[in-house]
Design a protein around this ligand. Sequence first.
Ligand SMILES: [Zn+2]
Length: 375
Amino acid sequence: MKLLLGTLYLLGILVSEELGYDGSLAQHRREVVEETVSQRRGLDAYSYTRYHPMEEIYQWMIQISEKYAEVVTQHFLGMTYETRPMYYLKISQPSNNPKKIIWMDCGIHAREWIAPAFCQWFVKEILQNYKDDSRIKKLLRNLDFYVLPVLNIDGYIYTWTTDRLWRKSRSSHNNGTCFGTDLNRNFNVSWCSIGASRNCQDITFCGTGPVSEPETKAVSSFIESKKDNIVCFLTMHSFGQLILTPYGYTKNKSSNHEELIQVGQKAANALKEKHGTNYRVGSSADILYATSGSSRDWARDIGIPFSYTFELRDNGTYGFVLPEAQIQATCEESMAAMLSVLDDVYEKYWGVDSAGKAASSAVVLGLLFSFMSLL
Ligand SMILES: [Zn+2]
């Protein structure tokens, strides 16, 4: 047998040498093997306490959906202005249960690097713990998580190659004389009415019309198509240590404002318990500044009940250039806040209370019908 294999092997070498491609083929095979090995090692060695360039985040998305294939899938969302693919990760425990959706996006503003770092941390935490942690296990029974780690990919790459403090997308305007739309002023909600600029030179340039940018188009049409099932819309930014509720375009309050504040405040308390960091909670117009065309306000106005902007660390000491040494603590405390929000959302729809309420209203209805039949 050994002899036979040896002969076949030799024959193979001879044949391929004769064909003249043995060297390159073997080399190619070696490279493929090495690549696969380093990719596997890659995910184990992936550092969640460092910032990563876009290429590494693309790789990470592939690796994470291979390693946790039973719960994660990677999906195409659309193309950026510079024709790069946008992908989101869907974390979903297979079941026949009809489930609700939690949306989370990070990096709509290019320079806010801690946001994509948090999206990756969030995904890692869910995946590493969903089997053993009863809290996460419970959430996944009724909720699917859709996570877009970097929304503004062109801008993010630009902050790595050219200008660390770039904020906007990279679309070209005025015959290529100025660049970038503030994607968080480009959603179709009171577009460009306040806290946004029509001048392309400005950092809050609202674009040439509502949803004029491919990135906002991709997110809007996806969210729109799923809006009946999305219960919570979370969009991650930095900095300022704030949990912002709708609205930015008006001082008026959304119909469930009190509830949003209550859930937000509880999340801020959970966050503070981790490392003592203080967050403030309130509507954007009340505690930050007026903004129009933001994704948070748009999401609330198309009917998504829970909609929040998180402004992560810090308070301005390092601002957008938060040191890597603070990634871990920032992500740990933000994770505590996220889980607090998710617990509250879960309780509202599937908690003992809501089941109790449903049961008691059924009893009341039953009594009412039996009473009516006596009349
Ligand atoms: Zn931002």
